[in-house]
Design a protein around this ligand. Structure first.
Ligand SMILES: [Mg+2]
Length: 345
């Protein structure tokens, strides 16, 4: 199999503010795996340097290192075998994710089956998704909350630790209505003392959960006993110890960080066995990454709304996977699905 790579720069419609920094554009790597029989599968690497500390050049080099390994493979080798050999060439999950996605896409195209069926799911899943508010100002956040409500989203995610949190949250609650689940995400920006002070102050607005309030497993464990608000691991879920013993209530898993569909399903099994509730989210992925998460979700069946409605945050590209009344279903077609590649023009 032959691997071809192309970097795609996609601008966001407005800067995405988070505790870890501001993102204005995304560099994604489109990976095409071409088999000798003429079929090809596509995957995507979506490293987010401000989130996972991994740069696009690093991932491109890792993928290039896998090229010779892939050339040694025949068309229909088991995906797990190919990934195991590639993981000897690189340990970067963002790179392995691109290959995993391309391999599932290729296998599905060869068998003319959608990835969810190859993964053993009985049917595709309409995955409930949250609206993400990345605006740091109150009036934009409130306007977005009203829009999320009007479009039927079941949940909103609000970034905190970026200033004016309490007033912005109150505005969002007022415009989202009492039924909306509102989750907050500090991206580890708070210290333990700051989190211990902020969470009780924000709690009266009604909070579904708080993602990564503080940075690191030990800090989250320390905070866990001190608040009623359910806590979720996100950045800390990448710690090799994270899924062994439960240190929070939930864990947010991402295709790019888990090494693709296979790695995400495996992580979800381990997390569930440890007692976590699991949900999925994107690292501002392109449509291949979002579709991959939707196929994985058909097996994982997440307990909460997932952070997969992020394609609307990009500028000048039409969303091939638009939410419908607050949920998204994997696209039709074989492999990861049809109609996803125009986005990467
Ligand atoms: Mg998060």
């Amino acid at each position: 199999m032959k691997l071809e790579l192309r970097t795609v720069r996609a601008a966001l419609a407005s800067p995405h503010m988070a505790g870890h920094g501001t993102v204005a554009e995304r560099d994604l790597i489109l990976a095409e795996l071409r088999a000798a029989d003429g079929l090809s599968g596509h995957g995507e690497a979506a490293p987010l340097p401000s989130y996972d500390g991994v740069g696009v050049d690093e991932v491109a080099a890792a993928l290039q290192a896998c090229g010779p390994v892939l050339e040694g493979y025949r068309d229909a080798s088991p995906i797990a075998d190919v990934l195991a050999r590639c993981s000897e060439a690189t340990v970067l999950p963002q790179a392995l994710a691109a290959l995993d996605l391309a391999l599932w896409d290729l296998a599905g195209r060869r068998l003319r089956e959608p990835a969810w069926r190859l993964l053993g799911a009985p049917a595709p899943l309409a995955v409930a998704v949250n609206w993400t508010i990345a605006a740091a100002d109150r009036s934009t956040a409130a306007r977005e909350a009203a829009e999320a409500r009007a479009q039927g989203f079941p949940a909103i995610k609000l970034k905190v630790g970026i200033g004016d949190d309490a007033a912005r949250l109150a505005a969002v609650r007022a415009f989202a209505g009492p039924q909306m689940a509102i989750r907050i995400d500090a991206n580890g920006a708070w210290t333990l003392d700051e989190a211990a002070a902020a969470l009780p102050a924000l709690e009266p607005a009604g909070i579904e959960l708080c993602e990564e309030p503080v940075a690191g497993l030990d800090e989250i464990r320390a905070l866990h006993g001190a608040t009623e608000i359910p806590l979720a691991l996100d950045e800390s879920a990448g710690d090799p110890e994270a899924l062994r013993d439960r240190v929070a209530d939930l864990v947010c898993l991402k295709i790019a960080r888990c090494g693709g569909i296979s790695g995400t399903i495996d992580a979800a099994r381990r997390a569930t066995a440890a007692g976590y509730e699991v949900y999925l989210a994107s690292t501002l992925d392109g449509p291949l990454g979002i579709a991959a998460a939707l196929h994985a979700a058909a097996v994982i069946r997440p307990a909460r709304a997932c952070g997969l409605a992020t394609l609307r945050l990009f500028a000048g590209r039409s969303d091939p996977l638009p939410p419908n009344a607050g949920s998204i279903t994997a696209p039709r077609g074989p492999g990861l699905g049809d109609g996803l590649l125009d986005w990467y023009r």
